[in-house]
Design a protein around this ligand. Structure first.
Ligand SMILES: O=C(O)c1ccccc1NCC(=O)[C@H](O)[C@H](O)COP(=O)(O)O
Length: 390
């Protein structure tokens, strides 16, 4: 269904030069013709190319076409792997004209279909801006001053053998799209210290500002405050540049979401992490994603999210379902560490996912909401799991 989004009068319809580009373009990667949306909407896209700089008009149009082709190509590959999350269309909603009026139509193609897609489209814009300020070559130089990498998976294994319980990745989470603000009085460093004292093996730090009220700077602040737990940068990664950025801010591990990234991206980004000494937690939500990820030999660390990031529905039996049968066997054979993520509130929940086969859990809401997060950790496990206790 189409809806009117914005509407304004333009001085003259003919004052805007129309491009002669029509409904097909060459896709250089495949050397064949790529089918485009209806020619009229494509002409309007080309018309929209308002300049940010002094590039001549044909160059700008060419660049926009390339940009458009890239996102279309990505979406085609992603869709062939069952990925529903699309990349942001580079030119936004197309313009339409009626007499002297110009208006934009919101439709399936140019409006995010769910919250995850909205986050990804926002990331796309944000990363483009950040990259302009700090291109990859200067980011790579900044890595020389980054704090040394700590062994994220090693810390989880050690905690698991010390306590006999899943190692805890405690999430420092102020707010979320599904739950709103979780904790008003939020001091990220104080919460991290409390989690560590309570026995967390690692911390998950939300970096996204717009949807989670997180920040990259929280990571460095924690390290400066002497927090020793390795840090997972909880961010929506769509480009390798973000991995270098996370490392420069002190991250020891990053998250890759299989619902967003095609297999080749996961493989490539996992290799970059390895090169940087970081761990890669690859997150899945359903059997199809699990099978894709198990098909990537570089993967050694998998998170099963019990939350559907498109609908927010949470069901902890998802962890059990994905670890049953052949998948569980393969995971054990390859000694892959599995993390049960989201919706874990009680010692029974922890016992349930442990029984299903996880060696670690990622928990946010239930512990961050406690007035004393250190005690919250003990409450979650039904016992004191701090270093002093065992
Ligand atoms: O938590 C959300 O609302 C959310 C929405 C969209 C994308 C991601 C989202 N959360 C990320 C997570 O999966 C959780 O922060 C993490 O697993 C901890 O979950 P919980 O213990 O239930 O807070």
């Amino acid at each position: 269904m189409e809806g009117l989004a914005s509407f304004r009068a333009v001085p003259s319809f003919t004052s805007r030069p129309r491009s002669s580009i029509l409904g097909t373009a060459l896709n250089p990667r495949r050397g064949n013709s790529l089918s485009l949306p209806s020619s009229s909407s494509f002409i309007v896209r080309a018309q929209q190319m308002e300049s940010k700089d002094d590039e001549p008009e044909p160059v700008k149009i060419e660049l926009k076409i390339k940009e458009w082709e890239n996102s279309m190509y990505h979406n085609e590959v992603a869709a062939s792997q069952g990925i529903r999350i699309r990349r942001r269309p580079p030119t936004g909603p197309p313009l339409h004209y009626v007499g002297p009026f110009e208006f934009r139509l919101q439709n399936e193609g140019n409006t995010p279909r769910n919250i995850l897609e909205e986050i990804i489209w926002h990331k796309d814009t944000q990363v483009a801006q950040l990259k302009e300020r700090q291109p990859l070559y200067s980011l790579k130089k900044a890595l020389d001053n980054a704090p040394p990498v700590r062994d994220f998976i090693g810390a989880l294994r050690a905690a698991n053998s010390r306590t006999g319980l899943p190692g805890l990745i405690a999430e420092v989470k102020k707010a979320s799209p599904s739950r709103g603000v979780l904790r008003e009085n939020f001091d990220p460093v104080e919460i991290a210290q409390a989690y560590e004292k309570g026995g967390a093996a690692c911390l998950s730090v939300l970096a996204d500002e717009k949807f989670f009220q997180g920040s990259y700077d929280n990571m460095l602040a924690r390290r400066d405050a002497g927090v020793k737990c390795p840090l997972l940068c909880k961010e929506f990664i769509i480009e390798a540049w973000q991995i270098y950025y996370a490392r420069s801010k002190g991250a020891d591990a990053i998250l890759l979401i299989a619902a967003v990234l095609p297999d080749l991206d996961i493989k490539y980004m996992t290799k970059i992490c390895k090169m940087l000494g970081m761990a890669t937690l690859v997150e899945v939500h359903d059997e199809r994603e699990m099978d894709r990820v198990l098909g990537i030999e570089e993967v050694e660390f998998i998170g099963i999210n019990n939350r559907n990031l498109e609908t927010f529905e949470v069901d902890i039996s998802n962890t059990k379902k994905l670890l049953e049968g052949k998948r569980g066997e393969e995971i054990r054979k390859r000694d892959i560490i599995v993390v049960g993520e989201s919706g874990l509130f009680t010692p029974d929940d922890i016992a349930y996912v442990q029984e299903a086969g996880v060696k670690a859990v990622l928990v946010g809401e239930s512990i961050v909401k406690q007035s004393d997060p250190e005690k919250g950790v003990a409450g979650l496990f039904g016992k004191d799991i701090s270093l002093q206790s065992v």
